[in-house]
Write a protein that binds this ligand. Structure first.
Ligand SMILES: [Fe+2]
Length: 275
C-alpha cells in the first residue's frame, strides 16, 4: 500500500523540543512510502535553525520530498532574500527546489510557491504549472500529487494574503489530472475537495512542531492509497505525554463529480473540527 506522511511548518527556532523525538518515532512506525514536508522548516532562515532542520530530516528513514516555505528565506536581510533567497535551504535541506518522486502507483511533484518579493503571500506562475503537467504526463492510473507551501484555497474569514495565481493554477492542475494538492502555511489541518475543482483533494497540514499552533494541537497527516483507489486521511495530533495519536480516518472516493467522503455527513467539515 502507498502511504504518504505529510508534515509542514516545522519552524525550527520556535519548536516544542519535546515533540521531535516522538514525531520521528511515530513516522518510522508507520513505514511510509514517502515523507512530504511542505515548507517552513525554520522560523527565520538562520543557519543554526537550518542545522536543526537538517538533523531532523536526516533522522527520517523514508524518502523525503520537500519544498521551501516563505520562512525558509530571510525576512529582514533583504540583500539575501532578493539575491540568494534559497542559499541556506539548498545547503541544509535540498538543492532541488522542485523535486519529483514516483513509484508504480504514484507521481509527486514539488512546486516552489515562495515569492521573495512578497514574502507572506507566495505565487504560482504558468511555468510552475507547465512543469507539473509535464511530470504528471498521460493518465496511467497513478495517483498524481502536487506539493506546495502556500494553500490554493483558504477560508474567506482568514486574515492572510491569498496565494497569487491560485485560481488559474487550480484550473490547470485539475486539467493536468492532479488528484491531490498538499500544502501548509496556515497551521491548520483539513482535507476537503477544492470548491473550484472537486476532483482535486485539498489536504492541508497543521504545524508538526511549532509552538505557534493557533489554538489547535501540533499535527501531521497520514494519507493511505487503498487498492480500490480510495484515499484515507488521518490526522495525528500531539498529546500531553503520549506523543502523537491518530484521529478517526476519513475515507475519500473519487467519482464523476469529484472526491466524496465515504458514508459521512462531514464532507465539507475541517478535520480539526472532529478531533
Ligand atoms: Fe508559511
Amino acid at each position: 500500500m502507498t502511504r504518504l506522511i505529510h508534515l509542514s511548518d516545522l519552524h525550527f527556532g520556535r519548536t516544542d523540543p519535546a515533540l521531535a523525538g516522538p514525531l520521528l518515532r511515530t513516522i518510522s512506525r508507520q513505514e511510509p512510502t514517502l515523507v512530504v514536508i511542505s515548507g517552513d522548516f525554520t522560523q527565520r532562515a538562520r543557519p543554526g535553525q537550518f542545522e536543526k532542520a537538517k538533523a531532523f530530516v536526516e533522522a527520517i528513514e523514508a524518502p523525503v520530498l520537500s519544498v521551501p516555505g516563505n520562512h525558509d528565506t530571510p525576512l529582514y536581510n533583504l540583500f539575501m532574500r532578493w539575491l540568494m533567497p534559497y542559499a541556506r535551504y539548498k545547503r541544509a535541506i535540498s538543492r532541488d527546489l522542485e523535486p519529483t518522486f514516483e513509484t508504480p502507483d504514484l507521481r509527486v511533484v514539488g512546486i516552489n510557491t515562495v515569492n521573495p518579493f512578497a514574502w507572506q503571500s507566495g505565487k504560482l506562475s504558468a511555468r510552475h504549472i507547465t512543469r507539473a503537467m509535464e511530470h504528471f504526463g498521460e493518465d496511467d492510473g497513478r495517483l498524481r500529487v502536487a506539493v506546495l507551501h502556500h494553500p490554493l484555497q483558504q477560508p474567506p474569514t482568514l486574515d492572510k494574503p491569498k496565494t497569487r495565481g491560485a485560481k488559474a493554477a487550480l484550473t490547470a492542475l485539475s486539467a493536468a489530472g492532479a488528484d491531490l494538492v498538499l500544502s501548509g502555511h496556515l497551521h491548520n489541518a483539513q482535507a476537503v475537495p477544492f470548491t473550484q475543482v472537486p476532483g482535486v483533494l485539498f489536504v492541508q497540514a497543521g504545524t508538526a512542531l511549532s509552538t505557534r499552533t493557533r489554538g489547535t494541537p501540533n499535527t501531521f497527516n497520514q494519507i493511505d492509497l487503498k487498492p480500490d483507489g480510495a484515499l484515507s486521511v488521518t490526522v495525528w495530533s500531539a498529546t500531553e505525554g503520549d506523543g502523537f495519536l491518530p484521529g478517526p480516518p476519513l475515507s475519500y472516493e473519487k467519482g464523476g463529480t469529484g472526491w466524496v467522503l465515504k458514508g459521512q455527513e462531514f464532507a465539507s467539515a475541517p478535520l480539526r473540527a472532529r478531533l
